[in-house]
Write a protein that binds this ligand. Sequence first.
Ligand SMILES: C[S@@+](CC[C@H](N)C(=O)[O-])C[C@H]1O[C@@H](n2cnc3c(N)ncnc32)[C@H](O)[C@@H]1O
Length: 247
Amino acid sequence: MTVPGPASSYRSVPVSFVRRSRRLSDTQQRLWDEQRLRYLVDVPRAAATTSVDPGFVLDLAQVPPGSGPVVLEIGSGQGDAVVAAASARPGTRFLAVEVYEPGLAHTARRAAAAGVDNLRLLQANAPEVLASALPEAGVDELWIFFPDPWRKARHTKRRLVDEPFLALAARVLADGGVLRFASDWEPYAEQVRGLLESASDFAAHGTTTPDGWAPRFEGRVLTGFERKGTAAGRVVRDLAFARTPRA
Ligand SMILES: C[S@@+](CC[C@H](N)C(=O)[O-])C[C@H]1O[C@@H](n2cnc3c(N)ncnc32)[C@H](O)[C@@H]1O
């Protein structure tokens, strides 16, 4: 993952995503221009387009609107999980962090079509959001579903979830708040499970299967990434760990 540093050194460390070209048709761009006003949080930048000014802190009392618990999804892709959840749970407030603009545009289109207003989107590099853009203990649930697996040995350092990332996740999660993770890349799932099991900030949440994984999270809708993994014969692993209470 990217360990956030001073703005000047920010892009000197590997990030967990690749720059992809924006492919919005004229119609998609027009819709996004309308819907971003409603859904996209205006994030002040530091060095790069998906960076976050370290002085910026989102006011969770106002954004997303309402007063319910806050669920944060990191790497929300096309918005399958977060729009379905926001639609099903109007009393809960959802934040989705994603770097890929067409994915955010698609998410906003779906949210608007579903009449969802308890969701806001941030186009930003997630570790920076966790490091400073959210207040400590402000998040009740944190979801990371099918993060880019970075399968090759020389790329594993680009994985989003590592020890420093989990320390940032522990910072934003409220006591008892739950981190949910799912991956169809077993070595990544094993790595994250090992880190969570040895982290003093986290403890296993809920029941586990006999081999120690969490049961499939029922709030996780089936996405293209999961379908692709299953079709390729890979097993999807879920993890659920709760933030241990602060001293
Ligand atoms: C493999 S996709 C999975 C998308 C979605 N969670 C799903 O299950 O369909 C991973 C997503 O994470 C996003 N991503 C990767 N690194 C990120 C980062 N550092 N900050 C925000 N989003 C990131 C990518 O742009 C991509 O959309």
